[in-house]
Design a protein around this ligand. Structure first.
Ligand code: CA
Length: 234
């Protein structure tokens, strides 16, 4: 059997957390490369070309955002930010600077691994221009036919408005990635995220979630992080 393990660069200066996450990743079958500073991570990123980066922001030599900027200069390698910073503005900043997702400390192993799988999956989708052969996207009971601009749940068509369809299609093409309000608004309506357009997005999103059967407090298709954005869970 050929071992084709995903390579994950883990950047974290706290020994306890680094060891814990590294063990978690090893157990899940990933190959891990470890760095405890931003400069070491830059060198390892260049020499190992990892499939994904898990990045702590509070590093001893410089802010982890430096590595994010460095990586994003010429690469789409998924980056999951790990941080104790719970401020919404901080989350929006790193997501808009190109992070794929954000996990707040303390986190459960299940949560982090789910985000890792989602980010890797999302990256494979974008490599294929976000589509499965035949212009279809399938996620559990949800199916999108991009060519016909139609959406089905368990084989039944769901009636969406043009705007609602555009939002679902956008989220599906970024499946697993937390999309900020401003990123969605810019893609759907153009322009920036003002008070009015966020309201408009929230109204559309509430209708979409009702139509696809998402219920509060359950494992849903669309996750909402209040004040930050939305993610289609993979
Ligand atoms: Ca730290």
């Amino acid at each position: 059997m050929i071992q084709n393990k995903y390579k994950i660069l883990l950047v974290e200066d706290e020994d306890n957390i680094r060891n814990l996450v590294a063990t978690m990743l090893d157990t899940a079958g990933y190959q891990t490369i470890l760095a405890s500073s931003c400069s070491a991570a830059k060198t390892l990123f260049a020499s190992h070309i990892p499939d994904l980066i898990i990045l702590d922001l509070g590093l001893p030599d410089m802010d982890g955002v430096n590595l994010l900027d460095y990586v994003r200069k010429d690469s789409l390698t998924p980056v999951i930010v790990l941080s104790a910073r719970t401020n919404e503005t901080d989350k929006i900043t790193v997501l808009d600077r190109g992070a794929n997702d954000y996990v707040t400390k303390p986190f459960g192993s299940g949560e982090l691994l789910a985000r890792v799988r989602a980010a890797l999956r999302n990256h494979r989708f974008s490599a294929d221009e976000g589509r499965l052969p035949g212009g279809r996207f399938i996620l559990k009971d949800l199916e999108i036919d991009y060519d016909a601009r139609r959406i089905f749940l368990r084989g039944e068509e769901i009636r969406l408005t043009q705007t609602e369809y555009n939002i679902v299609a956008l989220l599906s093409e970024n499946c697993g990635k937390m999309m900020t309000y401003s990123a969605i608004i810019k893609a759907i309506w153009g322009g920036s995220a003002q008070e009015g357009s966020i309201k408009k997005l929230q109204v559309n999103m509430a209708n979409i979630r009702k139509k696809i059967g998402d219920k509060p407090g359950e494992q849903n298709y669309i996750a909402n992080e209040l004040g930050v954005g939305y993610r289609l869970n993979s």
